[in-house]
Design a protein around this ligand. Sequence first.
Ligand SMILES: NC(=O)C1=CN([C@@H]2O[C@H](COP(=O)(O)OP(=O)(O)OC[C@H]3O[C@@H](n4cnc5c(N)ncnc54)[C@H](O)[C@@H]3O)[C@@H](O)[C@H]2O)C=CC1
Ligand SMILES: O=C(O)/C=C/C=C(\O)C(=O)O
Length: 486
Amino acid sequence: MKPAHYVGGAFLAPTGGTESAETFPLTSPVDGKERGQVPEATRETVDAAVAAARSALRGPWGSASPEERAATLRAVAEGIEARFEEFVDAEVADTGKPRELASTVDIPRAAGNFRAYADLLYGRAGDSYTTAVPGWSGGKGQALNYTVRRPLGVVAVISPWNLPLLLLTWKVAPALAAGNAVVAKPSEETPSTATLLAEVMHDAGVPEGAFNLVHGHGAGGAGEFLSSHPGVDAIAFTGATSTGSAIMRGAADHITPVSFELGGKNPALVFADADLEAAMEGTVRSAFTHSGQICLCTERVYVERSVFDRFVEGLGARARKLSGYGPMISAEHRDKVLSYYRLAKDEGATVVAGGGVPAFGDERDGGFYVEPTVLTGLPHDARPVREEIFGPVCHVAPFDTEEEAVALANDSRYGLAATVWTSDLSRAHRVAPRVETGIVWVNCWNLRDLRTPFGGVKASGIGREGGEHSLDFFSEPVNICVNIGE
Ligand SMILES: NC(=O)C1=CN([C@@H]2O[C@H](COP(=O)(O)OP(=O)(O)OC[C@H]3O[C@@H](n4cnc5c(N)ncnc54)[C@H](O)[C@@H]3O)[C@@H](O)[C@H]2O)C=CC1
Ligand SMILES: O=C(O)/C=C/C=C(\O)C(=O)O
């Protein structure tokens, strides 16, 4: 399968139609070798995609009923499931992530995203108020106010490389459910499952122009052309906080609304009363799943002093035993993560586990792997403790009081997700609401119910996605006031 743009219901050959001959190489993170070429969308291709989306809103897609839209979403979910292994192969090839992760999380969740929003469409209720008509308005009796929701129009979806199909569909599904037309731009590192999704959309009979796909880079490329496009009515983005700022600057010219899910420096608080084995196992998952390349991953662990040594020893031993993990997405990202490993050592960190590059003695030595790493001993203001690394690494520090634990967790520019490990129910309910993040897990991590609000505070994002929250973002409430007289 070759990555291709999908515009107005047609796949564009890299050298045909409005497309230029420009392509860029796709590199395998597993062995560093080139795996193919990806077309780079020109400004004209992005214009064509936005125009196709606009025209779909005037056609059958724009007049489809919620029931018809729900049926379309279900057909897409079934289409993904029918080609499940192809999707898994493509996601594994692009990211190098363990096959088990792609087949138990990424691809099932992508189909699940379409099903969840098909179901949610049936549960939507609107406001309705009966209002007395005041004498000063020249009338009497009553008026009926009710609210309908109108799609925003053409929605740009810009997604990252870490959970490529999961995060793309997490936005595309509610955007379509709400009746919008979409132009999607996946990460340049991971174009394959998005192209398969376009094939599924095509085969499922999604009306032409309702879903469009353009490939290419971000700054100065397809991402920027799309997010600053005057024909785009809303932008949904997941990725780096710095990219969010850049997109916001472009969006400002057209007052385009944004939904942002950005970076994190997520804390875990481990109290002495916690089930320590469960906390260690949970932290291994939260710090090292997908080699730490999930925005929800734990990078700061605060442990009550009386159990600190035991926790560090247990976490370090588990980290050293990890095998079968995947690589960083690119050489550039590997170098970034390794620069933080070096910085931590230079700043006096104790390396409890990892800290370098693994040697496999096979093709993976040409890939972009780094070791799962546990650090201690850095001051709270050290850069590796404050900045998002986005790799398989966490720093563990002790605390003495609940107050101090909460203060340490909150002393960050980010506020995406936190985990609290305690067996004291009162403490759990006391601490969780005081942690300044959009999501707090108690005695678990990344346990997801797709109806719940998902997103971050501070530099971790703007708005919430999930369930009704996504449908609210992707539609505009319109109040209709009818004078019904006496
Ligand atoms: N969910 C998260 O929080 C994620 C955070 N990151 C963080 O971002 C760092 C860099 O990873 P990248 O994939 O390069 O993330 P990124 O934020 O640069 O890219 C995400 C998406 O935005 C697009 N993009 C980049 N610059 C753009 C611009 N100026 N205008 C419009 N679109 C633009 C990219 O092409 C890609 O589709 C990582 O090291 C990590 O720290 C990366 C991926 C996910
Ligand atoms: O929606 C999920 O379950 C996971 C979301 C993860 C991210 O947003 C991320 O890693 O970027």
